[in-house]
Write a protein that binds this ligand. Structure first.
Ligand code: AMP
Ligand code: GLY
Length: 428
């Protein structure tokens, strides 16, 4: 038996709770720290009061506490180069280096790689000047009545994408991004692209620099209300696996989209290690890539971790050491559903500090409750964010998983809480 490790998880949402929950089951682990974590994570990890973006302080902490493995949840530290800093100090860390994280950090960078390598994606143009972008969309809508998609190039916390039905919307979106600088330097460039239609799904893959191992596909629900109505959110729930993502489609996405991207990066001298998240849309002309993320999805991780039978720590160490080809990732033969419970008003303005009841009853009903935006207030758990909890249930079939997730979610109460009622319904 090798010496047991101390693990540091960076982040504090539902994704990190699911990662900590899974890491805590590993016999390879001696102790888990999480920075900054949340009250749900505090059940399995010691919380460390360092922000995910304070890379130097995190590396100092890892050095001082002999951390054997650091796992990064959110994109910001990866895009800012946390992996490069840790590796330069000889610290083991799971995630891509700064140059590879540009797959999420710059949509223009990614689109250029996709186009240069004939990888299926929406047709697009990149602009650095508002006037040129505006002239392009005017010309476009003079000849077409199909929508256009305007995207801020850089990080925008999931908010920098506008689906525009007409010229007015497109010009206003370009103004928001490029002139008003709603996302700061992320608006230095915009990508304007063709609107695609079809069902969407997430395929995450582990990459060790050489080998790609795809995880169970996930479908998430981005709109705030039932029947996909209302504005986009960080996600209101998800399920896995995804029946419409057949083995053939999965292979196509891996072999015709993800692997060629990784090879193209390599030709530029960039080695990707960690999780490559492919957001794909199944168009009538076949699957196309909508976006890459350079990390685990949230809430996708809240269904993938409970379905994974293998030891996550063993798998992550294999990724870091370039031994992914030597292991087989095993899965439980079950279905998983996660229902997100959000604060009323989310994704717009919402209040926090609402006391939460029924967390233990929800767990007794057979679900695992992951904390996303919670805090301790007067000694008890209260709401602390837009997405508050992720209630995940497993079942032998979708009906059972959905039934348990909603029975459990209905045990939970806080003022103005909101959840979708139709997560997974299309499977029944
Ligand atoms: P992204 O962050 O690029 O994945 O975009 C967020 C969401 O916007 C996606 O999940 C899609 O629902 C939608 N979207 C992005 N690009 C397109 C596109 N070219 N056509 C249709 N919908 C899109
Ligand atoms: N669920 C979408 C994301 O993690 O970006």
């Amino acid at each position: 038996m090798p010496e047991r490790l101390k693990v540091l998880v960076v982040g504090g949402g539902g994704r990190e709770h699911a990662l900590v929950w899974k890491i805590a089951q590993s016999p390879l682990v001696e102790k888990i720290y999480c920075a900054p974590g949340n009250p749900g994570i505090a059940k399995s990890a010691e919380l460390v009061d360092i922000k995910g973006t304070d890379i130097k302080a995190l590396a100092d902490f890892a050095e001082a506490n002999s951390i054997g493995l650091t796992v990064v949840g959110p994109e910001s530290p990866l895009i800012a180069g946390i992996v490069d800093e840790f590796e330069s100090r000889g610290l083991k860390i799971f995630g891509p280096c700064k140059a590879a994280a540009a797959l999420e950090g710059s949509k223009a960078f990614t689109k250029d790689i996709l186009q240069e390598n004939n990888i299926p994606t929406a047709a697009y143009a990149v602009f650095t000047k508002f006037d040129e972008a505006a002239a392009y969309v005017k010309e476009y809508f003079a000849f077409s009545c199909e929508p256009l998609v305007v995207k801020a190039d850089g990080e925008a916390a999931g908010k920098g994408v506008y689906i525009c039905e007409d010229e007015h919307c497109a010009i206003e979106s370009l103004k928001t991004v490029m002139v008003d600088r709603a996302f700061g330097n992320s608006g230095n460039k915009v990508v304007v692209e063709e609107f695609l239609t079809g069902p969407e799904a997430t395929i995450m893959g582990l990459v060790d620099g050489e080998t790609l191992a795809t995880l169970i596909p996930v479908q998430d629900y981005k709109r705030v209300f039932d029947n996909d109505e209302g504005p986009n959110t960080g996600s209101m729930g998800c399920y896995a696996p995804v029946p419409i993502l057949t083995e053939d489609i999965r292979d196509f996405v891996a072999e015709e989209i993800m692997v060629p991207t990784l090879k193209a990066l390599k030709r530029k001298g960039i080695i990707f290690k960690g999780v490559l998240y492919a957001g794909v849309i199944l168009t009538e002309y076949g699957p196309k890539l909508l976006e890459y993320n350079c990390r685990f999805g949230d809430p996708e991780t809240q269904v993938v971790m409970p379905l994974m039978e293998s030891d996550l720590v063993e798998v992550m160490l294999a990724v870091i050491d370039g031994r992914l080809d030597e292991i087989e990732i095993k899965w439980y033969n079950k279905k998983a559903v996660c229902v997100v419970i959000a604060s009323g008003g989310y994704p717009g303005d919402y209040d926090t500090g609402m006391p939460i009841d029924g967390l233990l009853d929800a767990e007794s009903a057979g679900a695992t409750v992951f904390h996303a935006g919670t805090k301790v207030l007067n000694g008890s758990i209260a709401t602390g964010g837009g997405r508050v909890l992720g209630v995940t249930a497993l079942g032998d079939n979708y009906e059972k998983a959905i039934g348990t997730a909603y029975t459990a979610a209905d045990k939970i109460h806080f003022d103005k809480m909101h959840m979708r009622r139709d997560i997974g319904r299309r499977l029944l």
